[in-house]
Design a protein around this ligand. Structure first.
Ligand SMILES: Cc1cc2nc3c(=O)[nH]c(=O)nc-3n(C[C@H](O)[C@H](O)[C@H](O)COP(=O)(O)OP(=O)(O)OC[C@H]3O[C@@H](n4cnc5c(N)ncnc54)[C@H](O)[C@@H]3O)c2cc1C
Length: 263
């Protein structure tokens, strides 16, 4: 609601990743209550320290604190913090979302994790040889390598502007990259053998970990797990969310169908 030189904002912004580190937050707020659906929404920059802004952590099942609910009660936001034109916020958001989706694919991360999987698998005994020699396991690696190659080609195609639609390309990259990240995490845990079951809420290698603080209690595997096994089970849990945030895979399929084929 507009009040002189300010907007007064009330409501909850659910799912605000890393909001506890932020100084400011982009928010889509309804500025025209009579407009329908995506019309009548504006893009406002809100100061996280403004009176009336309250953060509540969302408890995730990997026990990390990454996501918040932001509750806003009569928050005064100067009209100078409006981005672009009033009521055009959804247009700007769509543009930003298509870029965000391309970033979520993170092919470099998949490549990095896949190289680690190979190293862990070579060290993991499997019958007479190593897990890396196991044809079933190698097939899973090969499948991911093919996906990774295709993802990188898509990315290069987009950067050279040869792709038919940025929205459809980034939607496809998000689906493929998100699924590949989930798969490479599952392979990582598999390749680590028993150490794959060690849970560490702290991702940082080399950082002291207090087993008594572990939400799953003290166990032998965690006590003896090497540094490189840290956080891998946590990654596997967190990455379940990749095919949800930034728009679920079903929504991405819809964007691809609509922008490329008009369905
Ligand atoms: C870990 C995490 C971090 C997040 N961080 C942020 C953040 O920082 N900022 C932010 O703004 N948001 C964030 N989000 C929110 C996220 O973007 C949304 O949860 C996501 O876009 C899904 O929207 P939704 O929750 O409204 O679910 P919906 O879109 O309503 O989906 C609910 C279900 O319906 C299905 N569905 C929806 N539409 C269709 C359709 N057309 N066809 C078929 N099926 C459909 C979905 O697949 C899903 O199963 C985060 C979410 C998570 C899980």
């Amino acid at each position: 609601m507009r009040d002189g030189d300010d907007y007064i904002v009330n409501g909850v912004k659910a799912w605000t990743s890393e909001g506890h580190y932020a100084d400011k937050m982009f928010t889509l707020v309804r500025t025209d209550p009579d407009a329908r659906k995506q019309a009548g929404i504006s893009f406002l920059l809100i100061d996280m320290k403004a009176p009336g802004v309250e953060l509540k952590p969302v408890h995730m099942y990997d026990h990390q604190y990454t996501v918040n609910e932001v509750h806003m009660t009569n928050v005064r936001v100067p009209a100078s913090e409006l981005i672009g034109e009033e009521n055009k916020g959804w247009d700007y958001a769509k543009f930003l979302l298509s870029r965000e989706r391309g970033m979520v694919a993170q092919s470099w991360l998949i490549r990095h994790d896949l190289e680690n999987v190979k190293t862990y698998a070579r060290d993991q005994r499997d019958g007479e040889g190593s897990l890396y020699d196991n044809p079933t396991f190698r097939k899973k690696i090969a499948k991911l390598e093919i996906q990774l190659k295709s993802l990188r080609w898509q990315m290069q195609r987009m950067l050279t502007e040869a792709a038919p639609s940025a929205a459809a390309s980034t939607a496809a990259m998000k689906v493929q990259g998100g699924e590949a990240q989930q798969q490479v995490s599952a392979l990582t845990v598999e390749a680590l053998g028993q150490y794959g079951t060690a849970y560490f809420p702290n991702h940082e290698p080399g950082v002291e970990f207090d087993l008594d603080q572990s939400p799953y209690g003290q166990d032998e595997v965690s006590a003896f797990a090497p540094d490189y096994a840290r956080g891998k089970l946590g990654h596997l849990m967190f990455r379940r969310a990749i095919t949800i945030f930034g728009g679920s895979s079903e929504v991405q399929h819809g964007i691809i169908a609509k922008t490329l084929w008009g369905y």
